[in-house]
Structures are given as C-alpha cells and as structure tokens.
Design a protein around this ligand. Structure first.
Ligand SMILES: NC(=O)c1ccc[n+]([C@@H]2O[C@H](COP(=O)([O-])OP(=O)(O)OC[C@H]3O[C@@H](n4cnc5c(N)ncnc54)[C@H](O)[C@@H]3O)[C@@H](O)[C@H]2O)c1
Length: 251
C-alpha cells in the first residue's frame, strides 16, 4: 500500500507512451499515486524513473490482450499502491494502414481487435470488481474519432473503437447506481509516437490543412479531459463519448 493511505490511486494502461503517459503524469501532478500498466518493460522502467520525483508510481507489466496478465497487473496495483478510484484505459495499437476491408489480413484483424477491443473488456472485467469493493470511482476508456465516424482503409481499428464506445455505454448503464462512472474520450489526431509512425510528411501536412483547428492535438489536451472526467466536477457525467478532436467530427 502507498504510505499515504488518503492519496487516491489511478490505474493507467498504455501508461508509458503518448496519451497514456501524459495522462499518468497529470494524475501524479494532481496528487494521485499511479499504476503504470504497459506491455513495454523498457519504457516502463524509464517512465517510472522519470516520474519518481513527481509522486508515487509503479510500473506493472501488462499485456491487455492477455486476460491473466491484466488480472495480475490489477492485483499488483492493489497490493502495492492500494485500490484505485480512477482508471484510464489507453493501451492500444492502430494496426496496418491502407488495406481495404476485403484485403485486411486475418492476422491484423485479430491483433487489433484483441488489443483494442477484447483488451478493453479484459481491463473492465478486472477493474470493476476492485472499484465495486472500494466505493466506486470513474473509468475513462480511450476510443478515438474512429469510434464515432468511419475511416477508410483502417477497418479493424474503426471496428474496435466503435466497439469501445458500445462497451463504455453498456458499463455506464450497468454500474451507475453502484457508484462507478464510465466514459470514453475520442481523440482526434494527437502528436504521439503512434501517429508519427503512421504519417509521412505529406500526410501530416494534409491532415493539418484539413483540420478545422489547424494543428494536431497534444497528449496533455486529452489527459486534461480524462482528469476532468475522473473529478468530482464530472459527478453526473457517465456513459458519455467525448471527442477531443479540434472539431474533426463536427464537420
Ligand atoms: N495518437 C492519436 O492520434 C490517437 C488518436 C485517437 C485515439 N488514439 C488512442 O489513444 C491511445 C494511445 O495512443 P498513443 O497515440 O498514445 O499511442 P502510443 O503508441 O504512443 O502509446 C500506446 C501505449 O500502449 C502500449 N501498448 C500497446 N499494446 C499494448 C498491450 N497489448 N498491452 C498493454 N499496453 C500496450 C504501448 O506500449 C504504448 O506505451 C490508443 O488507444 C489509441 O488508439 C490515439
């Protein structure tokens, strides 16, 4: 357990890069102890060391596509930091780009669905009992603008993120009376290692030109929305799907 037992605990998946990492830092700066759950052990060690001076945090090895791995990470968080009242499920991949639906490989389909959608369910099924036993809390799932509108040549990702939106709504309806709020954020194009890897300079320029706001978002701008959804200020907000997208889905 954390030595300060009044400190709230946040459990963050995909916590060692991009949006998850920026949000984990914001939770720490807001006074939470933070479980950094991620598949990447090297980034985990680096992130834990980088954040150690901000507040109590612990890297936990976790592959969200593996149910037993998620169960172990959740258990390790409870044992080391304490039960969590805030969750941000950010772990995800985008998979292969540029393949039409009929040309998508079965391997890519199952990999993306296994991490982005089944992985989200693994997280919820192990996180919710902890929260039910400890007075409730708030869960934020990371969907995407691809969870509310289509994106050609990216169908496994789009299907998975639409699934995350449905899963979020179901869990919100099921647990609202038991003190757990469940919402999703839908980031637009955010400047992270994932988006950088998927963009050549021409695509980068085109996306900025097409966007209403004229730039990519920062991971911290998604994190700020997550922190608010987990705060007392959002106490009547549940089952909502919040685009953080510079008006990408407003058109
Ligand atoms: N960057 C964007 O433009 C954008 C837009 C919309 C939605 N998103 C979503 O935001 C989330 C974070 O994306 P990002 O851009 O920060 O990506 P990122 O690649 O920078 O970070 C993703 C993190 O998830 C971890 N991860 C990957 N597979 C995992 C697994 N099986 N188990 C546990 N951890 C795993 C990685 O190790 C990494 O630390 C994803 O769910 C992504 O789909 C991103």
């Amino acid at each position: 357990m954390s030595d300060n037992t009044t400190r709230p605990v946040a459990f963050v998946t995909g916590a060692c890069s991009g949006i998850g990492k920026a949000t984990a830092r914001l939770f720490l700066e807001a006074g939470y102890a933070v479980a950094l759950a991620d598949i990447n052990a090297r980034a985990g060690a680096d992130t834990e060391a980088e954040f150690a001076s901000i507040g109590p945090c612990k890297y936990l090895a976790c592959d969200v596509s593996d149910d037993a791995s998620v169960a172990a990470a959740v258990q390790a968080c409870v044992e080391s930091l304490g039960p969590f009242s805030a969750v941000f499920n950010a772990a995800g991949i985008d998979g292969e780009h540029g393949k039409a639906t009929a040309d998508t490989s079965a391997e890519n389909w199952h990999r993306v669905i296994g991490i982005d959608l089944t992985g989200m369910w693994h997280c919820l099924r192990h996180q919710i009992p902890v929260m039910l036993a400890n007075g409730g809390g708030a869960i934020v799932n990371c969907a995407s603008v691809a969870g509310v509108v289509g994106a050609p040549f990216l169908s496994p990702y789009v299907a998975a993120k639409h699934g995350v939106v449905g899963l979020t709504r179901c869990a919100a309806l099921e647990y609202a009376r038991q003190g757990i709020r469940v919402n999703a954020v839908c980031p637009g194009m955010i400047d992270t290692p994932m988006s950088r890897a998927s963009m050549n300079p021409e695509l980068h320029k085109m996306l900025i030109e097409q966007s209403a706001i004229g730039r990519l978002g920062n991971p911290e701008e998604v994190g700020a929305a997550v922190l608010w959804l987990c705060s007392a200020g959002a106490s009547f907000v549940t089952g909502q799907i919040l685009p953080v997208d510079g008006a990408w889905t407003a058109a």
